[in-house]
Design a binder for this molecule. Structure first.
Ligand SMILES: Cc1cc2nc3c(=O)[nH]c(=O)nc-3n(C[C@H](O)[C@H](O)[C@H](O)COP(=O)(O)OP(=O)(O)OC[C@H]3O[C@@H](n4cnc5c(N)ncnc54)[C@H](O)[C@@H]3O)c2cc1C
Ligand code: FES
Length: 297
Protein backbone atom coordinates (compact mmCIF):
# COMPACT_ATOMS: atom_id res chain seq x y z
CA UNK A 1 0.00 0.00 0.00
CA UNK A 2 1.36 3.49 -0.76
CA UNK A 3 0.98 6.45 1.58
CA UNK A 4 -1.61 8.21 -0.59
CA UNK A 5 -4.08 5.38 0.05
CA UNK A 6 -4.06 6.18 3.81
CA UNK A 7 -4.40 3.68 6.66
CA UNK A 8 -5.97 0.35 5.68
CA UNK A 9 -9.46 -0.51 6.92
CA UNK A 10 -9.18 -2.60 10.14
CA UNK A 11 -10.87 -5.49 8.35
CA UNK A 12 -8.35 -5.40 5.50
CA UNK A 13 -5.89 -8.29 5.35
CA UNK A 14 -3.08 -5.74 5.11
CA UNK A 15 -3.76 -4.96 8.77
CA UNK A 16 -2.79 -8.31 10.13
CA UNK A 17 -1.98 -11.32 7.99
CA UNK A 18 1.07 -9.88 6.25
CA UNK A 19 3.10 -9.72 9.45
CA UNK A 20 2.74 -13.41 10.25
CA UNK A 21 4.80 -16.21 8.76
CA UNK A 22 3.56 -19.76 8.19
CA UNK A 23 6.26 -22.36 8.64
CA UNK A 24 6.81 -26.13 8.89
CA UNK A 25 8.99 -26.63 11.94
CA UNK A 26 10.68 -29.66 13.52
CA UNK A 27 10.08 -30.47 17.20
CA UNK A 28 13.32 -30.43 19.21
CA UNK A 29 11.80 -31.83 22.40
CA UNK A 30 8.37 -32.36 23.92
CA UNK A 31 8.47 -33.16 27.61
CA UNK A 32 5.99 -33.50 30.46
CA UNK A 33 6.67 -30.78 33.07
CA UNK A 34 3.65 -31.18 35.40
CA UNK A 35 0.39 -33.13 35.56
CA UNK A 36 -1.17 -33.15 32.05
CA UNK A 37 1.22 -30.30 31.18
CA UNK A 38 3.94 -30.38 28.52
CA UNK A 39 6.56 -28.09 27.06
CA UNK A 40 7.15 -28.40 23.33
CA UNK A 41 10.26 -26.78 21.83
CA UNK A 42 10.54 -26.30 18.10
CA UNK A 43 13.14 -24.84 15.79
CA UNK A 44 12.01 -21.61 14.08
CA UNK A 45 14.67 -18.83 14.09
CA UNK A 46 12.53 -16.47 11.99
CA UNK A 47 9.59 -16.59 14.41
CA UNK A 48 11.74 -16.60 17.53
CA UNK A 49 13.49 -13.42 16.39
CA UNK A 50 10.23 -11.54 15.82
CA UNK A 51 7.80 -12.60 18.57
CA UNK A 52 6.99 -10.42 21.62
CA UNK A 53 5.74 -11.41 25.10
CA UNK A 54 1.96 -11.84 25.03
CA UNK A 55 1.83 -12.67 21.32
CA UNK A 56 0.77 -16.14 20.25
CA UNK A 57 1.11 -18.75 17.53
CA UNK A 58 -1.37 -21.00 15.79
CA UNK A 59 -0.13 -24.61 15.84
CA UNK A 60 -1.40 -27.43 13.63
CA UNK A 61 -0.25 -31.03 13.53
CA UNK A 62 1.36 -31.29 10.08
CA UNK A 63 -0.21 -33.75 7.60
CA UNK A 64 -3.01 -34.51 10.08
CA UNK A 65 -6.63 -33.70 9.29
CA UNK A 66 -8.04 -34.54 12.71
CA UNK A 67 -8.25 -31.95 14.10
CA UNK A 68 -8.36 -29.96 10.89
CA UNK A 69 -7.98 -26.53 12.50
CA UNK A 70 -4.92 -25.15 14.25
CA UNK A 71 -5.05 -24.14 17.92
CA UNK A 72 -3.72 -20.92 19.55
CA UNK A 73 -0.85 -21.05 22.07
CA UNK A 74 1.01 -18.24 23.82
CA UNK A 75 4.74 -17.72 23.52
CA UNK A 76 6.24 -19.27 26.66
CA UNK A 77 9.77 -18.22 25.77
CA UNK A 78 12.27 -18.06 22.97
CA UNK A 79 15.31 -20.36 22.89
CA UNK A 80 18.78 -18.93 22.18
CA UNK A 81 21.56 -20.75 20.32
CA UNK A 82 25.27 -20.78 21.23
CA UNK A 83 25.72 -17.30 19.70
CA UNK A 84 22.75 -15.92 21.74
CA UNK A 85 20.57 -15.63 18.63
CA UNK A 86 16.91 -16.68 18.89
CA UNK A 87 16.64 -20.14 17.32
CA UNK A 88 13.48 -21.74 18.71
CA UNK A 89 10.24 -21.28 20.60
CA UNK A 90 8.90 -22.98 23.72
CA UNK A 91 5.16 -23.46 24.19
CA UNK A 92 3.72 -24.91 27.39
CA UNK A 93 0.35 -26.61 27.00
CA UNK A 94 -2.25 -28.37 29.08
CA UNK A 95 -3.69 -31.57 27.62
CA UNK A 96 -7.43 -30.83 27.39
CA UNK A 97 -8.75 -32.27 24.13
CA UNK A 98 -8.03 -33.78 20.75
CA UNK A 99 -5.14 -31.64 19.54
CA UNK A 100 -3.27 -31.31 22.81
CA UNK A 101 -3.66 -35.04 23.47
CA UNK A 102 -2.17 -35.93 20.07
CA UNK A 103 0.56 -33.31 20.47
CA UNK A 104 1.59 -34.79 23.82
CA UNK A 105 2.54 -37.99 21.95
CA UNK A 106 4.70 -36.23 19.35
CA UNK A 107 8.45 -36.88 19.46
CA UNK A 108 11.56 -34.90 18.54
CA UNK A 109 11.91 -34.67 14.76
CA UNK A 110 8.17 -34.69 14.05
CA UNK A 111 6.77 -31.68 12.19
CA UNK A 112 4.31 -28.94 13.14
CA UNK A 113 2.71 -26.24 11.01
CA UNK A 114 2.88 -22.94 12.87
CA UNK A 115 1.93 -19.38 11.98
CA UNK A 116 2.73 -16.21 13.84
CA UNK A 117 3.66 -14.00 15.58
CA UNK A 118 0.00 -13.12 16.13
CA UNK A 119 -1.87 -10.63 18.30
CA UNK A 120 -0.77 -7.48 20.08
CA UNK A 121 1.22 -8.60 23.16
CA UNK A 122 1.66 -6.90 26.54
CA UNK A 123 2.48 -3.25 27.02
CA UNK A 124 6.22 -2.42 27.26
CA UNK A 125 5.53 0.77 29.28
CA UNK A 126 7.90 1.16 32.25
CA UNK A 127 6.54 0.29 35.70
CA UNK A 128 8.12 -0.08 39.14
CA UNK A 129 6.30 -3.26 40.20
CA UNK A 130 4.81 -5.55 37.57
CA UNK A 131 2.28 -7.93 39.12
CA UNK A 132 1.32 -11.00 37.08
CA UNK A 133 -1.79 -13.00 38.00
CA UNK A 134 -2.20 -16.48 36.55
CA UNK A 135 -4.77 -19.22 37.04
CA UNK A 136 -4.52 -22.77 35.68
CA UNK A 137 -2.40 -22.75 32.52
CA UNK A 138 -2.54 -18.92 32.47
CA UNK A 139 1.11 -18.56 33.52
CA UNK A 140 2.30 -19.38 29.99
CA UNK A 141 2.40 -15.82 28.55
CA UNK A 142 4.28 -14.50 31.58
CA UNK A 143 7.75 -16.07 31.56
CA UNK A 144 8.96 -14.03 28.57
CA UNK A 145 7.29 -10.88 29.93
CA UNK A 146 8.93 -11.35 33.34
CA UNK A 147 12.34 -11.96 31.76
CA UNK A 148 11.96 -8.83 29.65
CA UNK A 149 10.97 -6.63 32.63
CA UNK A 150 13.79 -8.06 34.75
CA UNK A 151 16.33 -7.18 32.03
CA UNK A 152 17.10 -10.84 31.24
CA UNK A 153 16.24 -10.87 27.55
CA UNK A 154 15.09 -8.66 24.69
CA UNK A 155 12.38 -9.63 22.23
CA UNK A 156 11.30 -8.49 18.76
CA UNK A 157 13.06 -7.52 15.59
CA UNK A 158 14.59 -4.97 16.04
CA UNK A 159 14.92 -5.97 19.69
CA UNK A 160 12.80 -3.63 21.82
CA UNK A 161 14.24 -1.98 24.91
CA UNK A 162 12.13 -2.14 28.07
CA UNK A 163 13.07 -0.18 31.19
CA UNK A 164 13.60 -2.86 33.86
CA UNK A 165 11.03 -3.01 36.69
CA UNK A 166 12.23 -2.93 40.30
CA UNK A 167 10.17 -6.03 41.05
CA UNK A 168 8.09 -8.64 39.21
CA UNK A 169 5.63 -10.73 41.24
CA UNK A 170 3.72 -13.73 39.91
CA UNK A 171 0.54 -14.67 41.80
CA UNK A 172 -0.07 -18.19 40.50
CA UNK A 173 -3.18 -20.22 41.33
CA UNK A 174 -3.43 -23.95 40.62
CA UNK A 175 -5.86 -26.77 41.47
CA UNK A 176 -3.12 -28.64 43.35
CA UNK A 177 0.68 -28.84 43.64
CA UNK A 178 1.01 -31.38 40.84
CA UNK A 179 -0.25 -28.84 38.27
CA UNK A 180 2.47 -26.25 39.08
CA UNK A 181 4.42 -25.78 35.85
CA UNK A 182 7.56 -23.72 35.29
CA UNK A 183 8.07 -22.38 38.82
CA UNK A 184 11.83 -23.07 38.71
CA UNK A 185 12.14 -20.99 35.52
CA UNK A 186 10.17 -18.09 37.00
CA UNK A 187 12.29 -18.19 40.18
CA UNK A 188 15.55 -18.48 38.21
CA UNK A 189 14.83 -15.26 36.33
CA UNK A 190 14.17 -13.37 39.58
CA UNK A 191 10.38 -13.41 39.88
CA UNK A 192 8.83 -13.14 43.35
CA UNK A 193 6.44 -16.11 43.34
CA UNK A 194 3.22 -16.21 45.40
CA UNK A 195 1.31 -19.47 44.97
CA UNK A 196 -2.28 -20.41 45.84
CA UNK A 197 -3.97 -23.80 45.45
CA UNK A 198 -7.59 -24.92 45.60
CA UNK A 199 -6.78 -27.92 47.84
CA UNK A 200 -4.09 -26.28 50.00
CA UNK A 201 -1.39 -28.72 48.82
CA UNK A 202 0.93 -25.79 48.00
CA UNK A 203 1.02 -22.12 49.00
CA UNK A 204 -2.06 -20.24 50.17
CA UNK A 205 -5.15 -22.46 50.55
CA UNK A 206 -7.72 -20.50 48.52
CA UNK A 207 -8.14 -18.24 45.53
CA UNK A 208 -5.26 -16.54 43.74
CA UNK A 209 -7.28 -13.29 43.99
CA UNK A 210 -6.76 -13.43 47.79
CA UNK A 211 -3.00 -13.63 47.19
CA UNK A 212 -3.25 -10.66 44.81
CA UNK A 213 -5.10 -8.58 47.42
CA UNK A 214 -2.33 -9.35 49.93
CA UNK A 215 0.40 -8.37 47.44
CA UNK A 216 -1.43 -5.08 46.77
CA UNK A 217 -1.86 -4.42 50.51
CA UNK A 218 1.88 -5.05 51.06
CA UNK A 219 3.03 -2.49 48.47
CA UNK A 220 0.85 0.62 48.80
CA UNK A 221 1.77 3.77 46.94
CA UNK A 222 4.19 2.15 44.48
CA UNK A 223 3.84 2.41 40.74
CA UNK A 224 2.14 -0.91 39.86
CA UNK A 225 0.58 -2.55 36.83
CA UNK A 226 -1.18 -5.89 36.64
CA UNK A 227 -1.23 -8.44 33.83
CA UNK A 228 -3.63 -11.34 34.14
CA UNK A 229 -4.37 -14.60 32.31
CA UNK A 230 -6.51 -17.58 33.26
CA UNK A 231 -10.10 -18.74 33.55
CA UNK A 232 -12.63 -16.04 32.68
CA UNK A 233 -14.17 -15.95 36.19
CA UNK A 234 -10.75 -15.35 37.71
CA UNK A 235 -9.95 -12.56 35.26
CA UNK A 236 -13.31 -10.95 35.96
CA UNK A 237 -12.60 -11.07 39.72
CA UNK A 238 -9.15 -9.52 39.14
CA UNK A 239 -10.73 -6.81 36.96
CA UNK A 240 -13.09 -5.88 39.83
CA UNK A 241 -10.20 -5.75 42.36
CA UNK A 242 -8.08 -3.47 40.17
CA UNK A 243 -11.05 -1.26 39.35
CA UNK A 244 -11.53 -0.67 43.10
CA UNK A 245 -7.79 0.10 43.45
CA UNK A 246 -7.70 2.17 40.23
CA UNK A 247 -4.66 0.24 38.98
CA UNK A 248 -3.93 -0.40 35.31
CA UNK A 249 -4.55 -4.02 34.34
CA UNK A 250 -4.14 -5.95 31.10
CA UNK A 251 -5.88 -9.28 30.58
CA UNK A 252 -4.80 -11.86 28.03
CA UNK A 253 -7.92 -13.68 26.84
CA UNK A 254 -7.96 -17.35 25.84
CA UNK A 255 -11.02 -17.20 23.59
CA UNK A 256 -11.19 -20.28 21.32
CA UNK A 257 -10.04 -19.41 17.79
CA UNK A 258 -10.45 -20.95 14.35
CA UNK A 259 -8.17 -18.92 12.06
CA UNK A 260 -6.04 -16.70 14.34
CA UNK A 261 -5.69 -14.05 11.64
CA UNK A 262 -8.88 -12.01 11.82
CA UNK A 263 -10.99 -13.67 9.16
CA UNK A 264 -13.56 -15.93 10.81
CA UNK A 265 -14.83 -13.81 13.76
CA UNK A 266 -15.04 -16.93 15.96
CA UNK A 267 -13.02 -15.20 18.68
CA UNK A 268 -15.02 -12.01 19.32
CA UNK A 269 -15.46 -10.45 22.77
CA UNK A 270 -17.52 -7.45 23.89
CA UNK A 271 -15.27 -4.41 24.43
CA UNK A 272 -16.41 -0.98 25.69
CA UNK A 273 -15.89 1.89 23.24
CA UNK A 274 -15.09 5.54 24.08
CA UNK A 275 -18.82 6.41 23.64
CA UNK A 276 -19.76 3.95 26.42
CA UNK A 277 -21.31 1.42 24.01
CA UNK A 278 -19.74 -2.00 23.47
CA UNK A 279 -18.58 -3.46 20.19
CA UNK A 280 -17.28 -6.91 19.23
CA UNK A 281 -13.48 -7.09 18.93
CA UNK A 282 -11.51 -10.04 17.59
CA UNK A 283 -9.25 -11.52 20.25
CA UNK A 284 -6.79 -12.74 17.62
CA UNK A 285 -5.99 -9.38 16.01
CA UNK A 286 -7.27 -6.69 18.42
CA UNK A 287 -6.11 -8.80 21.41
CA UNK A 288 -5.43 -11.19 23.00
CA UNK A 289 -4.31 -8.49 25.45
CA UNK A 290 -7.02 -5.96 26.43
CA UNK A 291 -7.48 -3.30 29.09
CA UNK A 292 -9.38 -5.20 31.83
CA UNK A 293 -11.70 -2.26 32.47
CA UNK A 294 -12.89 -2.31 28.84
CA UNK A 295 -14.08 -5.93 28.74
CA UNK A 296 -17.82 -6.54 29.17
CA UNK A 297 -17.52 -9.58 31.49
C1 LIG B 1 -4.27 -16.47 22.64
C2 LIG B 1 -4.38 -17.83 23.28
C3 LIG B 1 -3.28 -18.37 23.90
C4 LIG B 1 -3.36 -19.65 24.48
N1 LIG B 1 -2.23 -20.14 25.07
C5 LIG B 1 -2.28 -21.38 25.61
C6 LIG B 1 -1.10 -21.91 26.20
O1 LIG B 1 -0.03 -21.28 26.21
N2 LIG B 1 -1.18 -23.15 26.74
C7 LIG B 1 -2.36 -23.88 26.72
O2 LIG B 1 -2.38 -25.00 27.23
N3 LIG B 1 -3.47 -23.39 26.17
C8 LIG B 1 -3.46 -22.16 25.61
N4 LIG B 1 -4.60 -21.66 25.03
C9 LIG B 1 -5.81 -22.52 24.99
C10 LIG B 1 -5.64 -23.56 23.88
O3 LIG B 1 -5.76 -22.93 22.63
C11 LIG B 1 -6.72 -24.66 24.01
O4 LIG B 1 -6.52 -25.36 25.20
C12 LIG B 1 -6.60 -25.62 22.84
O5 LIG B 1 -7.16 -25.00 21.71
C13 LIG B 1 -7.32 -26.93 23.11
O6 LIG B 1 -7.26 -27.71 21.93
P1 LIG B 1 -7.68 -29.25 21.98
O7 LIG B 1 -7.89 -29.71 20.56
O8 LIG B 1 -6.71 -30.02 22.79
O9 LIG B 1 -9.04 -29.24 22.75
P2 LIG B 1 -10.50 -29.29 22.11
O10 LIG B 1 -10.78 -30.71 21.73
O11 LIG B 1 -10.62 -28.25 21.05
O12 LIG B 1 -11.33 -28.86 23.37
C14 LIG B 1 -11.39 -29.69 24.55
C15 LIG B 1 -12.29 -29.04 25.56
O13 LIG B 1 -11.71 -27.82 26.02
C16 LIG B 1 -12.59 -26.73 25.74
N5 LIG B 1 -11.74 -25.63 25.29
C17 LIG B 1 -10.96 -25.57 24.19
N6 LIG B 1 -10.32 -24.40 24.12
C18 LIG B 1 -10.70 -23.70 25.21
C19 LIG B 1 -10.41 -22.41 25.69
N7 LIG B 1 -9.57 -21.58 25.05
N8 LIG B 1 -10.99 -22.01 26.85
C20 LIG B 1 -11.84 -22.82 27.51
N9 LIG B 1 -12.16 -24.05 27.10
C21 LIG B 1 -11.61 -24.49 25.95
C22 LIG B 1 -13.51 -27.21 24.64
O14 LIG B 1 -14.75 -26.53 24.69
C23 LIG B 1 -13.66 -28.66 24.99
O15 LIG B 1 -14.61 -28.85 26.01
C24 LIG B 1 -4.57 -20.39 24.45
C25 LIG B 1 -5.69 -19.84 23.82
C26 LIG B 1 -5.60 -18.57 23.25
C27 LIG B 1 -6.78 -17.99 22.57
S1 FES C 1 -9.83 -16.56 15.17
FE1 FES C 1 -10.67 -16.06 13.24
S2 FES C 1 -11.13 -13.94 13.50
FE2 FES C 1 -10.12 -14.44 15.32
Amino acid sequence: MNASEGAPHPLSAACYADQARQLRVPIIENERIARNTFRVRFECPELAAAILPGQFLMIRLADCNDPLLARPFALYDTVLDATNSPSGVDVVYLEVGKMTHKLSEYQAGEILDVWGPLGNGFSPQPVEHLILVAGGIGQTPFLALAREFLGGRQYGNPARRVTPARKVTLCYGVRSAEFLAGVEEFRACGVNLQIASDDGSVGHHGFVTEVLEQVLADSPGTDRRIACCGPEKMMEAVAHIVQRSALPCEVSLETPMACGIGICFSCVVKVLQPDGQWDYKRTCVEGPVFDATKIVW
